[in-house]
Design a protein around this ligand. Structure first.
Ligand code: ADP
Ligand code: MG
Length: 266
């Protein structure tokens, strides 16, 4: 990959998500730092219940943290109105889920067109784009089929096409191969890898360490809601960069604040 200044896309700073259940508290995430740079393939790894989906919902700004801050393109999302946030998110991020999340009574084409509708695209544009992205996943011959008429692998490919509808910079995939057989899962991974090579940022949640280290540049390892370690690909190996990530997270905070103050001349 060409060396250039890395642009930060998404950042979690000391983020926690707690669920209060009667007298007890579930610490789904507890003080997690995470940064995603443009063009990276990032994996969020951990066993079941470790907080991966919670982290993904925060990374995708589908949810807000109990403590800490989430930045999208340098903007603290807690300062944005939900309607503005939905608009930014809809344009910037494409989502792929383990259970596909297609709408059963909409056709393949209509499912793909839905995110574009929320962005206010015209019907003709939507239809053309749906065909274009369905072609990418080799399903332009299934435009008018319903999800129930497709195999699991095909449904996930529709979901991938839908995630690409608004030309997002980032694709967030939560266990995208979790409900697929090995071959279909392999196809999905190859597609994500191809998208990444073409410049898209990919963030994938998985419980499979082999999958994480096969495809990702950086792996965030979660256990019981806590960041156990962060590893980064260097050549063929992964090296532990946990300390660096934690240090950068705390330093970053101070630097950003100072800069803002100076610019405003206060
Ligand atoms: P993973 O995706 O790694 O399997 P999750 O992020 O879904 O884990 O969940 C992390 C922890 O938070 C689990 O213990 C789960 O039971 C709990 N949890 C998740 N969502 C909720 C919720 N809405 N209310 C209460 N507890 C939740
Ligand atoms: Mg999950």
């Amino acid at each position: 990959m060409v060396k250039e200044a890395k642009k930060e896309l998404i950042r979690l700073r000391n983020v926690s998500k707690f669920y209060y259940m009667g007298d007890s508290v579930v610490r789904a995430l507890d003080g997690v730092d995470l940064k995603v740079y443009m063009g990276e393939f990032v994996a969020i790894m951990g066993p079941s219940g470790s907080g991966k989906s919670t982290a993904m919902n925060l990374v995708g700004s589908l949810d807000v943290p109990t403590h800490g801050a989430v930045y999208l393109d340098g903007h603290d999302i807690s300062t944005l109105e939900e309607s503005d946030l939905a608009q930014i998110r809809g344009k910037k991020i494409g989502f792929i889920f383990q259970s596909f999340n297609l709408i059963a009574n909409l056709t393949t084409a209509e499912n793909v067109m839905l995110p574009m509708m929320f962005q206010g695209e015209d019907i003709d544009v939507r239809r053309d784009k749906a065909e274009e992205v369905l072609k990418l996943v080799d399903l332009d011959n299934r435009m008018d089929h319903y999800p129930g008429e497709l195999s699991g692998g095909q449904r996930q490919r529709v979901a991938i096409a839908r995630s690409l509808a608004n030309d997002p910079e980032v694709i967030l995939a939560d266990e995208p191969t979790g409900n697929l057989d090995t071959k279909s899962g392999g196809n999905v991974m190859e597609f994500l890898e191809k998208m990444n090579k073409e410049g898209k940022t990919i963030i994938m949640v998985t419980h499979d360490p082999d999958l994480a280290e096969k495809y990702a540049d950086v792996v965030y390892w979660l256990r019981d809601g806590v960041l156990e370690k962060v590893t980064k690909r260097v050549g063929r190996k992964f090296v532990d960069v946990t300390k660096k990530v934690k240090k950068a997270a705390t330093n970053g905070k101070k630097v950003v604040k100072k800069k803002v103050k100076r610019k405003r001349g206060k």
